[in-house]
Design a protein. Structure first.
Length: 550
């Protein structure tokens, strides 16, 4: 419950601090006195956005602090999941700085507005006049039915699975689109890949083939020069080998005279051995050289194939062709992988669909059971509020579409008078009837929720007399299980409160400020009498006020 509220430098409020009690509390005041300012301050505590217009004094910061007693509402898990310190009396503080920046704190831990809003859902339901129009919205109507049906856990699970389902469906659409794009190029990519693979390319193929080609293409020239070299080397009288032998014999005769001659002899001897090896190799190469037109043509074809592929793919090397081959292979393989991934994801979506369908059936069956219960409860309360012939017809239509809360569509039909046809709430219900229906809905929802506090902002719009008295009784009964505030202009409702607060304006110097005070019993008599007869309070109004309070 809301234990206390302190406000400084907000709108017409300079400084205000007030404690609240449990049960049924009344807030009254003239139009424009500042009741909406109180709701605005609470709205900021619950995460609404703020701007500099909220500041009374533009040079100072605005601070709004609310204390909530939450020990009976099982909110520890919320604090744990948001890494916040849990306190039985939790303090929420909101600051708006002169710079326009805003700060928020839960138990002195900085938080963002989303966290405030998430926590606020568990703390206060502020029912404003415009919220009555929600009665005509299908989503709100479902919330009413699902509360009575105890469907919250099922719908939360359904919502989680639906979120995953939508994400998977989106991914599947993207994968299918990608597959279609790849399939359009698949045949051509496969052709290009096969063409490259059939070439059996290796990184150094081109250089090696070009060397072989040059050798095969110049066999006669090479052989001629090898034979000439052998002739020069091996000529019987003047050949290089014969001359080396004679040098070797001549030096051998000098080695006994100096180590230098021995070294020269050794070097010539080594040279002779090396030259013998060269002659042997020249001879082998010369013998192996054969004019082979077929081999030459084969090498030429391989080279031309490489040149054609390089021209086709606009590259200059076999290494680049191999990169293209790898890329094409990846594309061709990715189609197979993509098809497998699509098949796998489609199977998952099918499983999720079955799970969603099962949950949707559970949700629907619970709704079907709860509709007559809800209708009976609404009629019972509304008959007390003077709507003696009210009837409801809540038609659930099963669809194939996955909505955020199941697969049902709802027609929430209403008839206020005997013999009149059913119609949509927004078309056939008057403002006063909508106010009474909304109160009945809130009274029923209070039986199924652990919400600590509800604030009714002039829910009595369009009613008066005995009906207002009955509305007050219902709100008072609600306050047995929760903290209830009613902002009202009706004395019948004001008199039913356990505590009564008055919002009023006062002049301090050149400034108008709004204030809030807790009324004593005597103050309440005067306030209710004024609500009955205006500023000029008569004795009969005072007596009537006392009678209402008693």
């Amino acid at each position: 419950m809301l234990v206390s509220l302190s406000i400084s430098n907000f709108a017409l409020i300079d400084k205000l601090g007030i404690d609240f009690s449990d049960g049924f509390s009344i807030i009254t005041g003239e139009t424009g006195a500042g009741k909406s300012i109180l709701l605005g301050a609470l709205g900021l505590v619950l995460g609404k956005r703020a701007d500099l217009t909220s500041l009374k004094n533009k040079e100072d910061k605005c601070v709004i602090e609310a204390h909530f007693q939450i020990e009976n509402y099982n909110l520890q898990s919320f604090f744990e999941s948001n890494d916040l310190d849990y306190e039985n009396e939790t303090i929420i503080r909101r600051e708006i700085l002169p710079s326009g920046k805003s700060r928020a704190f839960i138990n002195d831990s900085p938080v963002n507005l989303q966290e405030l809003q998430d926590l606020g859902v568990f703390l206060i339901d502020i029912h404003s006049q415009h919220q009555t129009q929600e009665l005509s919205e299908e989503l709100f109507q479902f919330q009413i039915i699902d509360s009575v049906a105890n469907n919250l856990e099922n719908i939360n699970r359904y919502s989680t699975i639906l979120s995953s389902y939508k994400k998977d469906k989106s991914n599947l659409d993207k994968l299918n689109s990608k597959l279609q794009s790849l399939l359009k190029e698949q045949d051509y990519n496969t052709f290009l890949l096969d063409e490259l693979l059939s070439a059996k390319l290796k990184v150094h193929d081109q250089e090696e083939l070009e060397q072989v080609y040059e050798q095969l293409n110049n066999v006669e020239l090479i052989k001629e020069n090898l034979v000439k070299s052998l002739a020069i080397a091996n000529e019987e009288q003047f050949g290089i080998l014969q001359n080396l032998k004679e040098i070797k014999i001549a030096l051998q005769k000098t080695i006994a005279f100096s180590s230098n001659y021995q070294s020269l002899f050794d070097r010539v001897n080594s040279l002779t051995i090396e030259f013998n090896d060269i002659i042997d190799e020249l001879s082998m190469n010369s013998e192996s050289l054969v004019h082979d037109p077929e081999s030459l043509e084969l090498v030429n074809q391989k080279l031309q194939n490489i040149y054609n592929l390089q021209k086709k793919h606009q590259v200059n090397s076999v290494a680049e062709l191999l990169e293209i081959q790898k890329d094409l292979d990846d594309k061709v393989v990715s189609v197979v992988d993509l098809e497998f991934e699509i098949k796998k994801l489609a199977a998952k979506i099918e499983e999720t669909t079955l799970e969603l369908d099962k949950l949707a059936i559970v949700i629907r069956n619970n709704r079907l059971k709860s509709v007559p219960v809800l209708s009976e409860k609404l009629i019972f309360i509304l008959e007390q509020l003077g709507m003696l012939n009210v009837r409801f017809n809540m038609e659930l239509k099963e669809t194939e579409h996955y909505f955020v809360n199941g697969k049902d569509e709802l027609q929430f039909l209403f008839s206020a008078n005997k013999g009149s046809d059913f119609g949509l709430l927004k078309k056939v219900a008057s403002g006063g009837e909508l106010s009474r229906i909304m109160l009945a809905v809130k009274a029923i929802l209070a039986q199924y929720s652990d919400l600590p506090t509800i604030i009714f902002d002039e829910i009595d719009t369009g009613v008066s007399g005995e009906i207002a008295n009955k509305m007050a009784t219902i709100m008072k009964e609600m306050s047995n299980n929760m903290q209830v505030f009613s902002i009202t202009h009706l004395p019948q409702i004001a008199a039913k409160g356990k505590t009564h607060y008055k919002v009023f304006k006062s002049i301090q110097g050149d400034t108008t400020i709004s204030e809030l005070k807790l009324l004593t019993y005597e103050d309440r008599i005067v306030e209710i009498a004024e609500m009955l007869s205006g500023k000029d309070i008569s004795d009969s109004a005072l007596n009537h006020a006392k009678a209402l309070l008693n």
